[in-house]
Design a protein around this ligand. Structure first.
Ligand code: NDP
Ligand code: HSE
Length: 439
């Protein structure tokens, strides 16, 4: 049988992920061609500065400054958008689609915010948009959620889905490292977003969770309904106190079906140290999915970095090449469910959710303070699982008191915290970190 011509790909972006993709495609070219059925050839690549030296194989690749030349090139069948950000990425992806090209992207911000529009345009034009690299770097979680768990009613999922946050929290726990120093290291290693506040303020994890929640529950992408908290307020003391109580603090994305609607929330979370997901450290990510049939499924692997992310980009390229000649109506739907079946399930406000909590108070060392605090909790029906008073590290900041509560509705806890903060004996705002038992 005659060998088919290579499939031509244009790369938009030659940074960490673009460079990694070229490296993996070159190193494993033969293996990849055997799996895809055709060779995959990157013919063009774009960057802001095409004169800068690049640490990746560029033989046979034309470097162009203007990305529209790539999306308009009639010879290119697949555009890989690896530049990041919303614009010009959104316009370029929509242009590529309208030109009949398939798209592979690692851009979770773009998919979370504009995926509904992009998938609708792609379905209309009969092209594929693949985004495995957008969630959890090298972990094939999109494929598992869309295909391998297709028979399940997914009850909940929880994931460490930002490598930079996990890298920072792990270093704080293992070495008591300084936040800013570890963030700098994550940036040097290519893990952090162009604007690292997206990582540490939880926005990147919220982009990824938006995508996972849609795949799990058959709802449209709704980034603006996600509750988002980052890790800036997590201190070394909280990491240490949590460990003394048998917990680890992880930055989690959690999506859960309840009788009232769907919870979609991102925040630091205390989880029992004995849980396997609590052992996932550094840049590693993990996603734990509970299906009614499969039970709990734990996926873990590198959540960021050049080659792990390239692994997902290349897997998408292979999937697209394999499906080039298939009927567009019979391809795996972008969001796992056929677009006309996406539901209206309500996304709950964080005030409607219920979690156990870790509270840390800095209290003056005087009689009656603990009695006042426990009365405030009891008045709101909040029951206490444990309460401990620790040694003061700096007398002027008061004595740390840590309280673990049983599950409580967020609204009631907000009221209790507001009331506690009015106590003259409290020296600082109350620290609240939600807990997940994964029971
Ligand atoms: P980088 O900043 O390393 O690379 C971005 C590339 O795109 C660079 O080559 C840059 O050009 C080019 N670029 C950026 N903006 C423009 C623009 N406006 N016009 C033209 N070219 C532009 O980013 P990453 O490789 O880290 O990330 C790329 C995408 O992958 C992002 O969406 C990111 O969220 C996602 N991602 C990243 C992961 C990682 O571990 N880094 C993991 C998973 C997903 P130049 O080189 O000249 O600056
Ligand atoms: N900045 C992201 C992270 C890259 O740290 O997880 C991978 O999506």
């Amino acid at each position: 049988m005659a060998e088919l011509a290579p499939v031509k790909v244009g790369l938009l972006g030659l940074g960490t992920v673009g460079g990694g993709t070229l490296t993996v495609l070159a190193r494993n070219a033969q293996l990849i061609a055997s799996r895809a059925g055709r060779r995959i050839q990157v013919t063009h690549a774009t960057a802001r500065d095409i004169r800068r030296a690049r640490n990746c194989p560029l033989a046979g690749v034309s470097l162009v400054e203007d990305p529209t030349q790539v999306v308009d090139d009639p010879g290119i069948e697949i555009v890989a958008e690896l530049m990041g950000g919303i614009e010009p990425a959104r316009t370029l992806v929509l242009k590529a689609i309208s030109n009949g090209k398939h798209v592979v992207t690692a851009n979770k911000a773009l998919i979370a915010l504009h995926g509904n529009e992009i998938f609708a345009a792609a379905s209309k034009r009969g092209v594929m948009v693949a985004f495995e690299a957008a969630v959890a770097g090298g972990i094939p979680v999109i494929k598992v959620m869309r295909e391998a768990l297709a028979g399940n009613d997914v009850q909940w999922l929880a994931g460490i889905i930002n490598g930079t946050c996990n890298f920072i929290l792990s270093a704080m726990s293992e070495a008591g490292s300084d936040f800013a120093e570890v963030l700098g290291e994550a940036q040097r290693l290519g893990y952090a977003e162009a604007d690292p506040s997206f990582d540490i303020d939880g926005i990147d994890a919220a982009h990824k969770l938006t995508i996972l929640a849609s795949l799990a529950f058959g709802i449209p992408l709704q980034f603006n309904r996600v509750y988002v908290e980052g890790i800036r307020h997590v201190t070394g003391e909280d990491v240490k106190y949590a460990e003394r109580l048998g917990y680890r603090i992880k930055h989690l994305g959690i999506a859960r079906q309840t009788a009232e609607g769907v919870e979609i929330r991102v925040h630091p979370t205390l989880i029992p140290a004995r849980q396997p997901i609590a052992q996932v450290n550094g840049v590693m990510n993990a996603v734990l999915v509970r299906g009614d049939a499969a039970g709990p499924v734990l996926l873990s692997g590198a959540g960021a970095g050049a080659e792990p992310t390239a692994s997902s980009v290349v897997a998408d390229l292979v999937d697209v090449v394999r499906a080039l000649t298939t009927d567009p109506g019979n391809r795996v739907p972008h969001l796992a469910f056929q677009p006309d079946t996406l539901g209206e399930t309500r996304v709950l406000d964080i005030a409607e959710t219920e979690t156990a909590c870790y509270l840390r108070l800095q209290a003056a060392d005087e009689p009656g303070v603990l009695a006042d605090v426990t009365r405030i909790l009891a008045d709101r029906g909040i029951s206490i699982e444990a309460i401990i008073q620790l040694e003061a590290e700096h007398a002027a900041q008061g004595v740390p008191v840590v309280i673990l509560t049983h599950a409580v509705r967020e609204e009631a806890m907000n009221e209790a915290i507001a009331r506690m903060e009015k106590l003259p004996a409290l020296k600082a705002p109350v620290v609240r970190i939600r807990m997940e038992p994964f029971a």
